[in-house]
Design a binder for this molecule. Structure first.
Ligand code: SAH
Length: 345
């Protein structure tokens, strides 16, 4: 089948997805990117929504082979931000005009359910924002309490749809369990975000195609297709970093397959390529997640090294990103930028 015909198929099958991911010809790749941009414009418009992230704790009791926060990385200075520090950062994000606050951490069970609950309540009481939680796997009771406290969204990447690789990367964990969590989160009313990492060791294009089909099946509201960056002090520290072009093809194909979902141009993409986020916004992405974690903590949320903007003052983020977005002929979203699938109050 011709590429132009393939790009017009409403529901691409796995074979079709693999075909798009394996495009090599420059002209054909441009056609893929142009189609993804068109689908983005149709379903998301020209607004780029900003989500301000607060990485409030880098303590983690997990062992993900790729992640610098893993428990066994003894070289990483660990921190927990206090509730007041988190609230002050949230106010700062709000003043910058951003209407989604993402609370992210390692899997830090010492930051207990009621502390998180009270942070959610105080933010929602004081600021007119959406809250995304990204705290890893927690108990169903906790998810429910936080939802009732006012959290809107939960971001939990499935990381890989290949159960064998999932189990290798996560030291014996079960992919199905991750999916049970995602389905539960959705069932109690969270907008859910998930996604994969492109370029992990042993991964094939077929695995990436499965990732996109899984995201479709989960009916996610947000899909993060982001590149692997080897992190020192992890078992994968000497592995090869992801290919930027393959990551962009993954994002573009995700846009074509998933249509009305939010897709971020990730910090990891901006880390691998100076203009990676701009490239991402041109091939289907409509979200940027600027990092507002304050000093001195931000250097130590080292999921991977040399994170984009890590030495910048968060004060400068808003104007820098606005310029980037406007240079692309797009606008910064002024609303909470809820799921495109259902507009929630
Ligand atoms: N503890 C939370 C947040 C984890 S960090 C959770 O488990 O969901 C957020 C994301 O960083 C992870 O979901 C993973 O996809 C990504 N990540 C971790 N290590 C990475 C690496 N070396 N390269 C690229 N992305 C990585």
């Amino acid at each position: 089948m011709k590429l132009t015909e393939l790009l017009n198929i409403e529901n691409l099958n796995k074979q079709g997805i693999i075909h798009l991911l394996s495009l090599r010809d420059e002209f054909e790749t441009k056609l893929l990117f142009a189609k993804a941009d068109k689908v983005r414009k149709k379903y998301c418009g020209d607004e780029v929504h900003l989500r301000g992230i607060i990485e409030f704790s880098n303590h983690c009791d997990q062992h993900c082979l790729y992640c610098g926060l893993r428990l066994h990385n003894k070289n990483l200075p660990r921190y927990r931000m206090s509730k007041d520090e988190i609230l002050n950062t949230a106010r700062f994000i709000y003043k910058a005009g951003i209407r989604t606050i993402v609370l992210q951490s390692g899997e830090d069970s010492l930051y207990d359910c009621s502390e998180i609950e009270s942070i959610i309540k105080e933010i929602k009481n004081e600021l007119n924002v959406a809250i995304t939680l990204s705290l890893g796997e927690r108990s169903f009771e906790e998810y429910k309490i936080w939802k009732d406290a006012g959290a809107d969204r939960y971001l939990l990447k499935h990381e890989t749809a290949n159960p064998k690789l999932y189990s290798i990367y996560h030291q014996g964990d079960d992919l199905e369990n991750r999916l049970v969590h995602l389905r539960y989160l959705k069932s109690i009313g969270y907008q859910i975000g998930s996604g994969n990492i492109i370029g992990l060791p042993k991964q094939t294009l077929e695995d990436i195609a499965d990732d996109l089909m899984l995201l479709k099946k989960l009916d996610v509201d947000m899909a993060s297709i982001s590149p692997f960056i080897p992190s020192p002090q992890t078992p994968y520290g000497n592995e090869t970093k992801a290919n930027v072009d393959l990551t962009l093809k993954g994002m573009a194909t995700a846009r074509i397959v998933l249509k009305d979902v939010h897709i971020p141009a990730t910090t990891a993409l901006g880390t691998l390529d100076e203009i990676g986020r701009e490239k991402g916004l041109k091939v289907g992405a409509n979200i940027i997640m600027p990092n507002y974690t304050p000093n001195p903590y931000r250097q130590n949320y080292q999921i991977y090294p040399d994170k984009k903007c890590i030495s910048d003052d968060p004060l400068a983020c808003g104007s820098c990103l606005t310029l980037m977005i406007e240079l692309l002929g797009r606008q910064v979203g002024k609303t909470k930028g809820h799921s495109l699938k259902k507009v929630l109050a």
